[in-house]
Design a protein around this ligand. Sequence first.
Ligand code: PRX
Length: 581
Amino acid sequence: MTFLNPKINLKKYWKKKIDTLIWQKKPNKIIEKKNNRLIWFPDGKLNVYENCIANRLNEKKPCIIFVDQNNKILKLTAKEIDYKVNYLSNKIIKLLGKNFRNKKIIIHSSASLLSTISILACCKLGIHFSVVFEDLEEKAILNRINLFKPSLIISRQIKKNFFIKFKKIKLIKRMKFLFLNEINFNIKTKIIIPSYKNNSDRNLFTLFTSGSTGQPKGIVHSSGGYLMYSKFTTHKQFGVNKKTIFLTASDAGWINGHTYSLFGPLTLGATTIILESPMLLLRKEILMSIIKLKVSIIYLPVTLIRLMKSIYVNFKINTKDLKTLGSMGEPLAPSVAKWYSNFFSLGKKSIINTYFQTETGGIVSSPNFKETVKNSPHGSVGKPVSKFINFNNLNSKKPIEINIKDTWPGIMKGVINGQNFFKNYFNKQGNFRLFDLATKYKNNIYIHGRVDDVINIRGHRIGSAELEAIVLKNKNIKECSAISIKDELEGGSFVLFIVGKEKKINEYGVKKSIFSSFGSFALPKKIFYIENLPKTRSGKILRRVLRDIYENPKKNNLKDLSTILDKSVIEKIKFKILNAR
Ligand code: PRX
């Protein structure tokens, strides 16, 4: 397996980048094979907090800026953050006792000042943490607790409310709880907790994937390899430096909320803006406050960009500070990319349409900040981020499964649900599977949706992304999702869910654009006009949920709904489908 036997050149490439991180013991080795997996910088020792905050204590400028839902803006220097982190770290040590470094912590919070301080305290202490979405139901949290086995849960909620909602969690033996709102973070503590020395391979965090595949999986990332890759991709793709003011609108419980809200920009000495919720950007006054902060890079989920497109009509932003735009999480249809670019007056520059997964730790392919739409057109995810991210042979016509031939430092360490899960990630050739369909045209890569979202009609394979991009070109359509379904006559077919007012949408126009792009065989079996799509908190469309509802609208027990943002959406869609039958 070439993956497990990396080429010398690959090792040399990453060896040259060793000095981009601060090491407590500089590694001599780049990669070591152990128990059928690769360990990055195996003899290196470092502390992630030291790389992010502790080396910036003399800076005068803000390191992190928080914007809350009341449009209150809080600017914190590294020194101010350090006080809070020391204070919290001390509390954690007291709660966990002597053996604290070998215990694990769940951080139960959305993006907030306090969740960030909690993450940073875990990094300082070298404690393996996992951020879980605040809105999860008790069953879903219990599921994650059983897999992750934490000794402490840190929550932003009020103790009384937490225990009313989570009765079973309260009863877990030996579980400790820490309620952040009971701590007075304004005390300028004299306590100084050291940034502990950690092996490069030490577990940094586990993140449960967004659930768009149906089964939550706990993806584990290391300290050294992951941090190296976060810093490398943030610098290379976005051009982040010490002067950058970077807004990543992502929930803390998502890989973007780790790699590009925190670790990437912080290790590069930049200022990162964290929003209490990405949805705040739908409020003009908050959007304008962020522009006033002289933000230089804006990086948003595609689903949010689509909503902004439907809200911000006849209004444009033009600021000399904003240099780069990025998108995440979903395919970025060219029509949406064009609007995004025009709205922020970015001219011909490419959108950094970032393609990656929780499993890859950071971006594997995207345009970079220097490119223009001429060489990296809207809709593409550009080129691989390094010459050592080699994809399999993609072609320009037929979307095929994309995978990666060689290893990279940001790759997950493993999956906590077991070794088999990890093995499933490799195909027969030993390449790392990404489970998406892709094509390559003029050196740029295009993602066509998940392998299981492919729409197969009379032998023609069309990715859901491709269809959705065509539909989104129609005016008055805010969002849409194409779902493949079984069809006895055709073998396969699809239905279309459109967000927008039926009366205002020219259905003939929608069908005509599908017809002229693909042919009559690709016309949808049915179109449903709905108020909202089922989405995760991080803004990903739950296509499998739509398929489940369509196939069985009377069924009550849909598969894992733990990550869904708004459950009421489901009942409304069921009602539409049943009414149409
Ligand atoms: O299907 C791809 C889609 O999101 C999946 C990864 O989801 P998650 O692990 O939650 O990580 C999100 C990190 C951005 C991918 O397998 N996806 C992600 N980015 C893109 C994308 N699909 C199309 N274009 C993208 N830029």
